[in-house]
Design a protein around this ligand. Structure first.
Ligand SMILES: *Cc1c(COP(=O)(O)O)cnc(C)c1O
Length: 359
């Protein structure tokens, strides 16, 4: 119950143990088509370029940035936690020109302040932000931010690593141009893959670059040669076959449950956790309107040794929760209720453990 990895579904682990076949085997190519369709459902998109990058969420972030930015391109980045900072670091390494809009850790990205910055920088080519900031437990208003990107002629780049499967996400409905996620948060597959999706506008920009992206491995113009669209699949790298089996199974479970039901389950278990924690005198760090149900930032009470509580939970209850990062280190715990870990049983165990730890 930390900030990921979440518990992996047993069916997903079983899928991973299926025999490894070749990455160009006709049966595998057919499997890839099914996986693509399930990813499109999870992202709520018709984007033909929707595929899993063979590396964790940070590689999806890097993929979006290295493909959409060329040296000297200006990009506005909203930063309200660790992962916005990581975006900035990637942008610098692309040789692009970042313009940052910073917010207090624990607060959401304020679209009004982003709009002021976009007005001042009409030459900006992209707007990047984190939808679900896992370092603080904050949800930002992705729909409004993407509308702003469109209004000011920018491509939107959205971090949805902790979002996917946990709270509402509409890639087409919100007009998102480039998005990346991860497998080990609310999808409850093992870590190691990063689903991404690119709009037609984003692909047009990628196809018309004057220089190839500095990353050969993450170059979308090459990756689409393997993943499609198009009937001809050419070797790019040896796909992580068994990890892809696992992701497909996790997406199948999500589709069987239904996105609306999965979002409602995350919300309901968050509410149970919140009521239980408040009953034992614990408070949330983030204002109610911006809380992520899948990542609960809880204030460490005065006089309590936060690391000792985490150690006690791990040793006595076999339960992991997360610590605060950066300016929130020592001030909060981060309790994940992600995917397979968002159940009443998890909530009850956590409440029992917390009560015992504080006592
Ligand atoms: C976990 C996470 C990442 C990084 O994913 P890795 O799989 O650890 O590389 C990026 N952004 C957010 C919001 C995350 O929660």
């Amino acid at each position: 119950m930390g900030p990921g990895p979440s518990d992996v579904y047993p069916e997903v682990l079983a899928a991973m143990a299926r025999p490894t076949i070749g990455h160009l085997d006709p049966a595998f190519v057919e499997f890839m088509d099914g996986l693509n369709e399930r990813l499109k459902y999870a992202f709520q998109t018709k984007n033909t370029v929707t595929l899993p990058i063979s590396a964790p969420g940070s590689a999806g972030m890097e993929c979006c940035l290295v493909n959409l930015l060329e040296a000297g391109d200006k990009i506005v980045i909203a930063i309200n936690g660790v992962f916005g900072m990581r975006m900035l670091e990637n942008v610098r390494r692309c040789g692009a020109e970042p313009v940052t809009v910073e917010f207090e850790w624990g607060a959401p990205v304020d679209p009004n302040r982003v709009e002021d910055v976009l007005k001042k920088h009409p030459d900006a080519k992209a707007l990047a932000f984190v939808h679900s900031e896992t370092s603080t437990g904050v949800r930002s208003d992705a729909e409004s931010l993407c509308q702003l990107a469109q209004k000011y002629g920018c491509l939107s780049i959205v971090d949805a690593v902790t979002t996917l499967g946990g709270i509402e996400l509409q890639v087409d409905g919100w007009g998102i141009d480039a998005i990346y996620s991860g497998t080990q948060k609310c999808l409850s597959a093992p870590p190691g893959l990063s689903p991404v999706s690119f709009s037609e506008a984003a692909m047009a920009k990628i196809r018309s670059r004057s220089t190839p992206p500095q990353s050969w491995f993450l170059d979308m113009n090459l990756l689409t040669g393997y993943w499609g669209p198009g009937a001809k699949r050419a070797y790019h790298h040896t796909a992580p076959i068994n990890s892809l089996y696992a992701l497909d199974e996790a997406l199948r479970i999500l589709q069987d449950e239904g996105l609306d039901n999965a979002w409602a389950r995350h919300a309901a278990n968050h509410q149970k956790l919140r009521e239980g924690l408040q009953a034992i005198g614990l408070e949330f760090y983030v204002a109610a309107d911006y809380r992520l149900p899948q990542l609960n930032a809880v204030k460490v009470p005065d006089g309590v040794d936060e690391a000792a509580v985490r150690g006690f939970l791990l040793n006595e209850f076999n339960l992991e929760i997360g610590a605060g990062l950066g300016p929130l280190a020592g001030k909060i715990w981060r309790i994940g209720l992600m995917g397979a870990s968002s159940t009443e049983k998890h909530v009850a165990l956590c409440l029992e453990g917390m009560q015992a730890a504080l006592a």
